[in-house]
Design a protein around this ligand. Structure first.
Ligand code: FAQ
Length: 330
C-alpha cells in the first residue's frame, strides 16, 4: 500500500485559498512554526511525503554502515578501530530512531524494509561508491558526514515532532563523526608522501558523490516545493550544496589538498564559491541501481534480513509464550 503511496507525492503546491478548511488550518499551524504530533490530523500527502523522506533517510543510515564496516577489521591502530566501531554503531542507532519516527506515521518497519529490498524505496546515492583505502574513512567522515550535517541541522526545525527530535540527537553524533574523519585526513595529509597521495585520491573520488548527496539541482527536484511549504525540508538542494562547498573548500586548503574542480573559484561579488556541478547523468544512473556498489549493498542488506529471520521468529515466540503465561496466571 505504502509503495504506491510514496510514488504519488510530487504534486504542485496549493495556495491557502485553494485549501479546504482543515488543510488550511494545518498549513497555518506549520506557518506559525508549530510542531505536528503523530495522532494529530494531517493531509495524506504530508504523511506520505514524510514516510518517503524519513524512510529513505533511515535506510541510508543502515546501508551507510557498509562502506565503513568494510574497514573495521583493517583500521591501522586499536584506537582508530575503537573510534570507527563506535561511529558505525552510531549509524545503526540513527537508523533505528528514524524507523521509529516513520512508524509513528502508521507504516511498519517490515513494510519499510520490504520496500527497500524490492527497490521501491531509495537510500542515499553516496553509499553506492566503494571505500578502497584507509584514507576513504577520512573522506567519508569529513565529506559524507559533513554533507549529512549540512542537510540535517536545519531538519532539527522540521515540522514533524518525532523527526525533529530524532534529528537533534543525530546531529550531535554526526558532529563527532565529521571531526574524526577530518582528523584522519589531517594525519594522512601531514604524513608521508604516499599517505598524502592517498588522502588526495580519496578527496578526488568522494568530492562529486558528496555533492550529489544534496539531491538533484532545484529545477529537477520533484519534492522540494511541497516539502518546503510543509517544512519537511527547510532549504532547497542547491542552497545546501552551495553552503557545503563554501564550508569545505577552506578545509581542503587547510589540509593542503586540492578540490578536483579546475573551475572552482571564490566569486568576490557573491561571496560564494563558483563550482562545477556533479555529473547528473551519473547521479540518475546510480539512482537506477547502476552505481559501482548498488548490487553489493542490496545483497548485503537482504542477506542480513534473511539471516536475522530466526531472531525475529524467536522474539515473537518468546513474546507469545510470555503472554500465554500471563493469561494463565490471571
Ligand atoms: N540519493 O525531489 P528531490 C548520512 C531522490 S544520511 C538517492 O530533490 P527530496 C549519514 C529523491 O528521493 C544521508 N536518492 O527529493 C551517514 C527523489 O526520489 P523519490 C541521507 C536521492 O526528498 C553518514 C528524487 O531523487 N540523508 O549520510 C538523492 O526533496 C556516513 C528527486 O529528488 C537524508 O536522507 C540522493 N542523494 O530531496 C550514514 C536526509 N537525492 O523519493 C553513514 C533527509 C534525491 O521520489 C555514514 N532527506 N534523491 O523516489 C532529504 O533531505 C531529502 O530527501 C534529499 C532529497 C535532500 C536527500
Amino acid at each position: 500500500m505504502y509503495a504506491q503511496m510514496i510514488k504519488s507525492t510530487g504534486s504542485s503546491v496549493k495556495s491557502l485559498n485553494e485549501m479546504d478548511p482543515q488543510e488550511r488550518a494545518f498549513q497555518e499551524r506549520i506557518d506559525a512554526g508549530e510542531k505536528i504530533e503523530p495522532k494529530e490530523w494531517m493531509p495524506d500527502g504530508y504523511r506520505k511525503n514524510l514516510i518517503r523522506q524519513i524512510g529513505q533517510h533511515a535506510h541510508s543510515e543502515i546501508v551507510g554502515q557498509l562502506p565503513e564496516g568494510n574497514w573495521i577489521t583493517r583500521a591501522p591502530t586499536l584506537e582508530r578501530k575503537a573510534i570507527l566501531l563506535a561511529k558505525v554503531q552510531d549509524e545503526a542507532g540513527h537508523g533505528l530512531y528514524l524507523y521509529c519516527a516513520a512508524e509513528t506515521l502508521g507504516v511498519s518497519r517490515d513494510e519499510l524494509f520490504e520496500m527497500l529490498h524490492e527497490g521501491k524505496m531509495k537510500y542515499s546515492s553516496i553509499f553506492n561508491y566503494p571505500t578502497l583505502t584507509w584514507a576513504d574513512m577520512g573522506a567519508v567522515g569529513w565529506l559524507v558526514d559533513g554533507a549529512a550535517i549540512m542537510n540535517q541541522v536545519p531538519l532539527q526545525r522540521t515540522s514533524y515532532g518525532p523527526y525533529a527530535r530524532a534529528m537533534i540527537r543525530i546531529c550531535k553524533e554526526e558532529s563527532f563523526h565529521q571531526r574524526q574523519g577530518f582528523d584522519i585526513m589531517m594525519k594522512m595529509a601531514n604524513g608521508t608522501a604516499a599517505q598524502k597521495r592517498m588522502a588526495q585520491d580519496a578527496l578526488d573520488r568522494f568530492w562529486y558523490p558528496a555533492l550529489m548527496m544534496f539531491g538533484p539541482s532545484d529545477k529537477d527536484s520533484v519534492h522540494s516545493a511541497q516539502s518546503m511549504a510543509w517544512k519537511i525540508k527547510m532549504n532547497t538542494n542547491d542552497e545546501l550544496r552551495q553552503k557545503f562547498v563554501d564550508q569545505t573548500v577552506p578545509q581542503a586548503e587547510y589540509l593542503g589538498l586540492t578540490v578536483p574542480d579546475n573551475d572552482l573559484k571564490k566569486n568576490e561579488e557573491t561571496g560564494h564559491y563558483d563550482f562545477t556541478q556533479p555529473d547528473w547523468a551519473e547521479f540518475f544512473d546510480v539512482l537506477k541501481g547502476n552505481g559501482p556498489c548498488n548490487a553489493d549493498r542490496m545483497a548485503a542488506r537482504k542477506e542480513a534480513w534473511d539471516g536475522g529471520a530466526w531472531v525475529r521468529e524467536a522474539m515473537a515466540a518468546h513474546a507469545a509464550k510470555k503472554k500465554a503465561a500471563k493469561l494463565a496466571a490471571e
